[in-house]
Design a protein around this ligand. Structure first.
Ligand code: BES
Ligand code: MN
Ligand code: MN
Length: 471
C-alpha cells in the first residue's frame, strides 16, 4: 500500500493539489464529522427537517467549491441537491452521484456512542453514514476543494446529483431525472456508493442486484379472538402466513414463484472463472458475521449466490402477542415484509406480479390476503472494457500501485439503471468503503486511509477522464 502522505512530487496527483490535501487534513476530517452529525434518516418521517438540513449542508459545500446552478430541489419526499462545475470546454461531462440519506440506527444500544455523534479512533471514522454514503460524498467535495486551493478546475465538466432517498427506494429521483434530462446531459456517470473487495482490495463494481420489496398482509377479523372459544373453527393468520412464506422458497434455496428465473442472464464460464479467482476466504466471511454456517441456492458458490443469483428473503414479520408470558388469542392479523434481490435482466414489476399471483394461489380461504408493492429497483451490469471504467482503473492503479479487481455486488443502487436506461449513460461504480464497514448496522465505520486514498483517486479520475476523447 502506498504511503498515505507522499512527498507532493511523489504523489499520484498534481503536487499542488496534494499539498492542499495535506494542509486541509483536519478540516476535511471535521467536514465529514459535521455532515455525519445531521441525522438524515430518509425512512423516518420525524427526520424530514434533518433531510432538508443535510441537503442544505451539501448545497453550501458545493457553492463553496464554486459550483453553479446549485439547487436544493424539492420532491414529493426528500430534496435532491443539484449543481455543476462546467469549466472544461470540449472535455467530457461526468454526472456524479452520491446519497446524503442514511439508514435508521436501531438497535441503538449496540452503538458504542450515539450514532450521530461521530468520532475518529484508531484510524477509523465511526458513526452512522460515515461509509454509506456521507464519507464518499465528502471525498468528492474534498477533491474539489483541494483543486480550488491549488487554483485549478477539474479537467472534466462535472454535474452533481446528490439524493436523499437512496435508502428508501429512490422513488422521487426517477421522476426528477425524467423531468431534468437536459440539465443531466453527460457522457458518463460516476456513482460513489460501493466499496472494495474483502481485505480492502481496491475494486470497481460492475454489477449490482436490483430489488423488489413487498408486504404481505393476512387478515382474519377486526380483533383478536379468544383461542379457546374460536381455536379449531377459524383459520389462524399467523399460521396461514407461515404456510405462505414456506411455499415461496424451497429448502434447496430455489424461489418457487413460477417464472421467477426466466429473465436471469446466466453467468458465462469466463465470468464464473474470474469470480472464482478472486481472493475470497469463505471461512473468514462466515466467521466475521458470525453465523453457524453459510447456506444458499444449490449449485452456486458463495460469491455467485451473493452477487449473481436472485434471492428472496423475509425482512420482518409480526403478528399477535409478543409480550412476556402468555396470552391465549388467535391474532386478528399477520404481516410480512418480503424482498427479492434481482439480477440482470429481471424486472421488479414483473417479479412483483409473479409474487402476488403465487401468494394468491397458495392462500387459504379462511383469511384475506393482500400483497402490495413497496419499492423496486432494477439490477445493473456494466461492461468492464468501457473507456470510462478503464480510466477509473488507471486512477486506482496510480494511487495504489496496483490495478483494481472487478467485482459484482449483492446490494442495490436503484438509480444506476435510471442513469443507464433513462439517460443512456455508461455508469462507473467507484467506491471506497470496506465490505465489513457495518453499513446499515451499529458502529458503522470508514478507514481514514480509504478516505484519504479515495479522495486522491477522485482527483486523478478527473484527469484521466479529461484526457479521453469525447464519446
Ligand atoms: N450503498 C448501498 C448499496 C451497496 C450495498 C453497494 C452493498 C455495494 C455493496 C446502498 O446505500 C444501499 O444500501 N442500497 C439499498 C437499496 C434499497 C434500500 C433500495 C440496499 O441495497 O438495500
Ligand atoms: Mn449507499
Ligand atoms: Mn445503504
Amino acid at each position: 500500500m502506498t504511503d498515505l502522505y507522499p512527498a507532493p512530487d511523489a504523489s499520484p496527483i498534481d503536487p499542488a493539489v496534494e499539498a492542499a490535501l495535506q494542509a486541509s487534513r483536519e478540516a476535511r476530517t471535521e467536514s465529514l464529522l459535521e455532515f455525519a452529525r445531521i441525522p438524515s434518516i430518509s425512512a423516518l418521517p420525524e427526520h424530514a427537517a434533518d433531510m432538508v438540513t443535510a441537503a442544505e449542508w451539501v448545497a453550501g459545500r458545493l457553492r463553496r467549491v464554486g459550483a453553479t446552478d446549485v439547487e436544493v430541489a424539492p420532491t414529493a419526499l426528500h430534496p435532491i441537491v443539484y449543481g455543476r462545475i462546467h469549466e472544461a470546454p470540449g472535455a467530457p461531462t461526468v454526472l456524479v452521484y452520491c446519497h446524503y440519506d442514511v439508514q435508521p440506527v436501531d438497535p441503538i444500544d449496540l452503538w458504542e456512542t450515539s450514532p450521530f455523534d461521530p468520532f475518529v479512533r484508531d484510524g477509523r471514522f465511526i458513526g452512522r453514514g460515515v461509509a454509506d454514503d456521507k464519507g464518499q460524498l465528502v471525498m468528492h467535495l474534498a477533491a474539489l476543494e483541494a483543486l480550488r486551493t491549488a487554483g485549478k478546475a477539474p479537467a472534466v465538466n462535472l454535474t452533481f446529483v446528490f439524493e436523499g432517498e437512496e435508502e428508501y427506494g429512490s422513488d422521487s429521483l426517477y421522476a426528477w431525472i425524467e423531468d431534468n434530462r437536459e440539465r443531466l446531459a453527460a457522457d458518463v456517470a460516476v456513482i460513489s456508493d460501493t466499496g472494495y473487495f474483502e481485505g480492502n482490495l481496491p475494486a470497481i463494481t460492475v454489477a449490482l442486484r436490483g430489488i423488489m420489496y413487498a408486504q404481505i398482509d393476512v387478515v382474519l377479523s377486526p380483533v383478536d379472538l379468544h383461542s379457546g372459544m374460536y381455536g379449531g373453527t377459524v383459520d389462524n393468520p399467523a399460521n396461514a402466513l407461515a404456510r405462505i412464506i414456506a411455499a415461496l422458497k424451497g429448502a434447496d434455496g430455489r424461489v418457487r414463484i413460477p417464472g421467477f428465473y426466466d429473465d436471469v442472464v446466466p453467468l458465462t464460464d469466463a465470468e464464473r472463472e474470474a469470480m472464482a479467482a478472486l481472493p475470497f476466504d469463505e471461512e473468514a466471511y462466515r466467521a466475521e458475521i458470525p453465523v453457524p454456517a453459510l447456506v444458499g441456492e444449490a449449485g452456486w458458490t458463495t460469491l455467485e449466490r451473493r452477487t449473481s443469483r436472485p434471492t428472496l428473503d423475509v425482512n420482518g414479520m409480526w403478528s399477535g402477542f409478543q409480550g412476556e408470558g402468555a396470552k391465549t388469542i388467535i391474532p386478528a392479523h399477520a404481516h410480512a415484509k418480503i424482498s427479492t434481490r434481482l439480477v440482470a435482466n429481471q424486472d421488479p414489476k414483473r417479479i412483483f406480479e409473479g409474487l402476488k399471483a403465487f401468494v394468491a394461489e397458495v392462500s387459504p380461504p379462511g383469511v384475506v390476503v393482500t400483497t402490495r408493492y413497496i419499492h423496486g429497483g432494477e439490477p445493473s451490469l456494466t461492461p468492464t472494457e468501457h473507456p470510462a471504467t478503464q480510466a477509473a482503473a488507471r486512477a486506482i492503479e496510480a494511487v495504489y500501485g496496483a490495478p483494481p479487481v472487478y467485482i459484482r455486488e449483492g446490494g442495490s443502487i436503484p438509480v444506476t439503471s435510471a442513469f443507464d436506461h433513462t439517460l443512456g449513460l455508461p455508469v462507473v461504480l467507484l467506491g471506497f468503503t470496506q465490505p465489513s464497514c457495518n453499513a446499515h448496522a451499529p458502529n458503522e465505520w470508514l478507514l481514514v486511509e480509504n478516505f484519504e486514498q479515495g479522495t486522491r483517486v477522485i482527483v486523478r479520475l478527473w484527469d484521466e477522464l479529461g484526457a479521453l476523447e469525447r464519446a
